[in-house]
Design a protein around this ligand. Structure first.
Ligand code: ASP
Length: 322
């Protein structure tokens, strides 16, 4: 008998402290995550594909200003927004990705279109937008991505050579070392799913890190680093300090450790997040699911916005380390 379909999502990881949260803000994050999970769960319950479920979940997360993707993306050092996204189908190993786009409302939908129709895997900048135009995807003015909370984060980092993981930027914006303004915590987003046919898929989307140099590309749009899916092993979406996730090929490494070492999903993901990434000061986490419906959501930061929903069950959401 095949496993019960399931979807898991994240909304970014970083310095997220219980002491700085109030019940209303916590409730907003839980509600936003649960809404997205319910939408994904409905697609899976109706027999929809894992690929469609992760596409829709990430699209909804991009539209939600609480998270650093689509509307609400962080600022680059130049005061602009550059967005990255990727998606992968575990059944076929088809993939689509775009990077450094500035005017696409939902980067994940263009990544999906690349997966569906293009012979190529990845487009960047103007070429990605030309592809989107050709395929009738929605464009917005760059001002659509401006949110005041992000702007305040960027003002703290502007003029320095530092980049900030967006939850850490929120901490800086609050002006205190160990207390963050809970209204300014946002995150890169991602989703993984297993469908009723036993297929896996993953998608990731981000505005990147606050004050990144123009043209910088993180792990989120890189297949194998920020996103990976293979029916033979697992589906993975990551969040964190992108450079380290690229160097560690973090998402693929979870799959490889299952394939080559015979590790369980839980052990493979744990090794990447708790052992390998910290060795190069990689901070963040990931969500992953395997073909048996096992789900794991490890992170090595104070918190990660996350959750999962199995078909027929209520969504489970969480923010802090339990
Ligand atoms: N991994 C993302 C990047 O480096 C940032 C994040 O996950 O918050 O672009």
């Amino acid at each position: 008998m095949s496993a019960i379909p399931v979807i898991a999502i994240h909304g970014g990881a970083g310095t997220i402290l219980r002491s700085a949260m109030n019940p209303e803000t916590e409730a907003r994050y839980h509600a936003a995550l649960a809404d997205v999970l319910r939408a994904g769960e409905r697609i899976l319950a109706d027999g929809g594909s894992a690929l469609d479920a992760v596409t829709e979940a990430v699209r909804l997360l991009e539209d939600c200003p609480l998270f650093n993707a689509g509307h609400g993306a962080v600022f680059t050092a130049a005061g602009t927004h550059e967005l990255d996204a990727s998606i992968m189908d575990g059944a076929t190993l088809d993939a689509g990705a775009i990077s450094c786009v500035t005017r696409l409302k939902n980067p994940v939908l263009t990544a999906r279109r690349v997966l569906d129709v293009s012979e190529h895997v990845m487009f960047t900048g103007e070429g990605a937008e030309a592809f989107a135009l050709e395929h009738g995807l929605d464009f917005v003015e760059p001002s659509y991505f401006h949110t005041d909370a992000r702007y305040q984060q960027w003002l703290k980092a502007r003029g320095t050579s530092r980049t900030l993981l967006d939850h850490d930027a929120a901490s800086q914006a609050a002006g205190e070392d160990d207390v963050i303004d809970p209204t300014k915590k946002f995150g890169t987003v991602g989703a993984v799913a297993l469908d009723a046919n036993g297929h896996l898929a993953a998608a990731t989307s981000t505005g990147g890190v606050t004050n990144k140099q123009a043209g910088r590309v993180g792990d989120a749009p890189l297949i194998g680093a920020g996103c990976y899916a293979n029916d033979a092993t697992c589906a993975v979406s990551t969040t964190g300090t992108g450079e380290m996730f690229i160097r560690m090929l973090a998402a693929y490494d979870v799959s490889a450790q299952m394939e080559y070492r015979g590790l369980t999903l839980e052990d493979a993901a744990r090794d990447v997040v708790m052992n390998k990434l910290p060795r190069i000061e990689g901070r963040g986490g990931l969500v992953a699911v395997d073909g048996k419906g096992n789900v794991t959501l490890p992170f090595n930061t104070e918190g990660m916005y996350r959750g999962y929903a199995r078909v027929g069950e209520q969504p489970v959401t969480a923010i802090y380390r339990s």
